[in-house]
Design a protein around this ligand. Structure first.
Ligand SMILES: C[S@@+](CC[C@H](N)C(=O)[O-])C[C@H]1O[C@@H](n2cnc3c(N)ncnc32)[C@H](O)[C@@H]1O
Length: 300
């Protein structure tokens, strides 16, 4: 029988931190705090204020610590991630939302808000590759009123049925399931057929090179390959997506794309003819979001 880790919060924190440090976690203390907090049902500040509190569930904790020691992301172990002040349910069905994707959402929100203010035309915004649904939840919460008033149609799609299931759970958990249309589709396949051609497109599609995915560093070893693998150069999904825009997007559409470090400069070469490609600056100085403005006349 494996030994119980310890009996008080403070001692458990030390033991778990040491175990995770030895296992190579880059954030052993934070991981230990989050896992102990999960077992105790307490937040980190409570743990720090109560090092002498008894911990009865050391056996439960031990299995969680071992999962983390094996490299499983904290967000999968806890089952949620705090992202943009939202609690997003997370599991192996979809990518864990990343901090850099907040910039993508901010840029899309600014664009949609500006277009809603500019005139009374009804608008369609579409997120391609919703994954956990984090982005589309944020958009639905921000524009719930415009959607309810019929000013905005919000669509979210993904090629993964598993991811769509998780996205539906997150939309329901935030009480916005009824304002988003979800579709299982390859890229923008239903646009212009069963669904309207979008005026604003938001896409964080796979852009990691296959070699990097295969190296399984950090969470990449646990997240779905379909969410990550962008082929040999990372652009295998972005190329057909960008090529489909003239036919699938509304004339004059704005497309917000999250890309990998170093990819932003090359996106302009792949963007459709007569479109503009602008890098949306990131506070950290990294070029992670590109805005593509399509020409006002139909390219289809
Ligand atoms: C990097 S994840 C982004 C998830 C989520 N939007 C986020 O930002 O956290 C990419 C998503 O694109 C989906 N995807 C991959 N290839 C696709 C395709 N050809 N058509 C539609 N979705 C695709 C994956 O299933 C995955 O959910």
């Amino acid at each position: 029988m494996s030994p119980r880790l310890v009996t008080t919060v403070g001692a458990t924190l030390r033991t778990a931190t040491e175990r995770l440090r030895a296992a190579g976690s880059p954030t052993p203390r934070l991981d230990a705090e989050l896992l102990i907090g999960l077992v105790c049902g307490r937040d980190r500040s409570w743990l720090l204020a109560h090092p002498e509190a008894p911990l009865d569930d050391a056996a439960d904790l031990e299995s969680l610590v071992e999962r983390r020691a094996a490299g499983e992301p904290i967000a999968y172990i806890r089952g949620f991630k705090e992202w943009r002040s939202l609690r997003i349910r997370t599991d192996a069905r979809a990518l864990i939302p990343r901090p850099e994707t907040e910039l993508l959402v901010d840029a899309a929100i600014d664009e949609i808000a500006a277009r809603l203010t500019a005139d009374d035309r009804p608008l369609t915004a579409w997120e391609v590759g919703v994954g956990s649904g984090a982005v589309v939840v944020a958009l639905a919460l921000r524009f719930r009123q415009a959607i309810t008033l019929g000013r905005l149609t919000l669509v979210g799609s993904d090629a993964s049925a598993d991811a769509l299931e998780l996205a539906a759970e997150n939309l329901a958990a935030h009480r916005v399931a009824s304002v988003v249309q979800l579709a299982c589709a390859d890229l923008l396949e239903p646009a212009g057929r069963s669904l309207p051609r979008p005026d604003v497109i938001i896409a964080n599609l796979p852009y990691v090179a296959t070699d990097e995915v295969d190296a399984r560093v950090g969470s990449l070893g646990f997240e779905p390959r379909l969410a990550l693998d962008g082929g040999p150069d990372g652009l295998a999904v972005l190329r057909p997506f960008l090529a489909s825009l003239p036919e699938r997007a509304a004339p004059g559409a704005a497309v917000f794309l999250e890309v990998g470090v170093g990819q932003a400069g090359g996106i302009g070469d792949l963007a459709p003819a007569r479109s503009s490609a602008t890098i949306v600056p990131d506070l950290a100085g990294l070029d992670r979001v590109v805005r593509i403005g399509l020409s006002g006349s139909s390219g289809a």
